[in-house]
Design a protein around this ligand. Structure first.
Ligand SMILES: [Zn+2]
Length: 284
């Protein structure tokens, strides 16, 4: 549960809002006074927490909620790898904080990551390939929303050029948070989005708490903040994407995290899980 003391998190500083606002397009010239920021809903639909069965993440869902509230986010999706985030108490706490938490997962289908939003654990368990996803989309219609995450980044489960043959499986293309100068594979994502008339969605793909909050998508405040209205806003626009380029420090930090720290953490997590299984094994 969220304690009363932690509910009074310090709000984001005005100077910070200004820094983010400068990345908004096409409303970059719009003054981001408090009244204006209140009219737009900040959304991040690609986040990992320490519940993740595959990645080694060091912040909890509640820490995420606290930071999200401090930064003024109203819609989130925790996208664990190949598993639905289904902790009911977290959904209840999010609702109490005025945050809409959408049930979601980041599924690896035939080697490619896909973010599926507003799904059940039963639906997720039946997703093994793109044809399964097609069937689910046909059944669920506009009540489900899918995103191709980091499609043209070479590491991990990016879909790459296969995106073209599976494009009917997607409602949106992710604008990946990780870009600096000439290194920006998002330019291909932008071209695909334009060609197929799909929206681009900026997300954080946060694996560390400080990485959450700078990369997100905003929609005009709908009449009611429901999953249905959020999906409709994504499909119909307008959207504002906030995705500033990372600094050189961020880049070095990310390289250190991805290639050294995170693999070490994953190995330690696997070793700990094997030790606990060995302890639980019966004596013969
Ligand atoms: Zn991810």
């Amino acid at each position: 549960m969220i304690t009363a003391g932690r509910r009074n998190s310090k709000p984001i500083a005005e100077s910070e809002i200004g820094a983010f606002a400068s990345t908004f397009k096409p409303i970059a010239t719009m003054s981001m006074s408090k009244s204006k920021t209140d009219e737009w809903v900040k959304i991040d639909l690609h986040i990992h927490t320490l519940d993740d069965p595959k990645d080694a993440v060091d912040f909890s869902a509640h820490q995420l909620l606290e930071r999200a509230r401090a930064l003024g986010f109203r819609v989130l999706a925790i996208t664990l790898h190949d598993a639905l985030f289904d902790r009911k108490e977290v959904y209840a706490d999010a609702a109490a904080m005025g945050i809409l938490l959408i049930p979601a997962a980041e599924m690896r289908l035939e080697g490619a990551d896909v973010i599926v939003l507003n799904v059940t654990s039963e639906e997720v368990a039946q997703l093994r390939n793109f044809d399964d996803l097609r069937r689910l989309r046909a059944q669920r219609g506009s009540s489900i929303f899918t995103i191709a995450p980091h499609p043209f980044y070479v590491l991990g489960g990016s879909i790459g050029a296969r995106l073209f043959s599976e494009i009917d499986c997607f409602d949106a293309i992710e604008l990946c948070h990780f870009h600096i100068g000439l290194f920006n594979p998002n330019w291909r994502a932008k071209r695909v989005a334009r060609r197929f008339g799909l929206p681009l969605i900026a997300t954080s793909d946060a694996h560390r708490l400080h990485a959450f909050g700078q990369h997100y998508t905003s929609i005009p405040m709908p009449r009611a903040l429901t999953i249905e209205n959020v999906f409709a806003a994504f499909r119909n626009g307008p959207l504002c994407l906030t995705s500033p380029a990372c600094s050189l420090g961020d880049l070095l930090n990310a390289v250190y995290f991805v290639f050294l720290k995170h693999p070490f953490r994953v190995r330690r997590k696997i070793a700990a899980s094997m030790r606990s299984k060995a302890r639980a094994a019966p004596y013969w």
